[in-house]
Design a protein around this ligand. Structure first.
Ligand code: HEM
Length: 141
């Protein structure tokens, strides 16, 4: 018996619900302030983009690729400082969104490692500390 893809398990509507809930969680959760502040207040557009992206990534039609010509997420994330803390905040929103949309334990298990991998690939710095821009600060202490 071949395993079902996340796309087959969730369906179009399930993926749309997951992506929308994900950004609703981001809007609400006090502990994800860092990632919330990076995003536009109006999340209509990003909700659609994440729905498109996840649809292809989960084994369905490649909607994001059809619209943008790529599945590479490095470029669109370049303007943002994404360290381990930001990555983990993003993943926390996803965990809660999966919980809220009633995902099965099997699906959560299936997504855990690949979701971490893609988020860690998007991470573009080693630490989440702010860079020290003024070299004189060293002498100030
Ligand atoms: C690792 C932590 C991540 C952070 C902090 C982050 C943050 C962001 C931000 C700030 C934007 C721009 C939002 C806007 O335009 O208002 C964005 C865009 C986007 N993100 Fe992420 N993201 C992360 C991980 C991910 C992951 C793991 C995925 C997919 C599974 C993803 C999918 C997308 C997509 C599809 C876009 C839209 C890109 C476009 O404009 O074509 N992100 N992200």
């Amino acid at each position: 018996m071949s395993q079902q893809s996340p796309y087959q398990i969730l369906g179009e509507e399930g993926i749309r619900k997951l992506a929308h809930t994900f950004y609703d969680v981001m809007d609400e959760l006090p502990q994800v302030e860092k990632v919330r502040k990076m995003h536009a207040v109006n999340k209509d557009e990003i909700k659609q983009k994440l729905t498109d992206y996840l649809t292809g990534w989960m084994g369905g039609p490649p909607r994001y690729q059809e619209k943008t010509g790529t599945v590479c997420l490095t470029e669109p994330h370049k303007p943002y400082a994404i360290g381990p803390e930001e990555r983990d905040q993003w993943l926390l929103c996803m965990d809660i969104a999966l919980e809220r949309t009633g995902a099965s334990d099997e699906l959560k298990q299936m997504l855990k490692t690949p979701m971490f991998r893609i988020a860690d690939t998007i991470r573009n710095r080693e630490t989440s500390e702010q860079e020290v821009k003024d070299p004189n600060i060293i002498a100030a202490g």
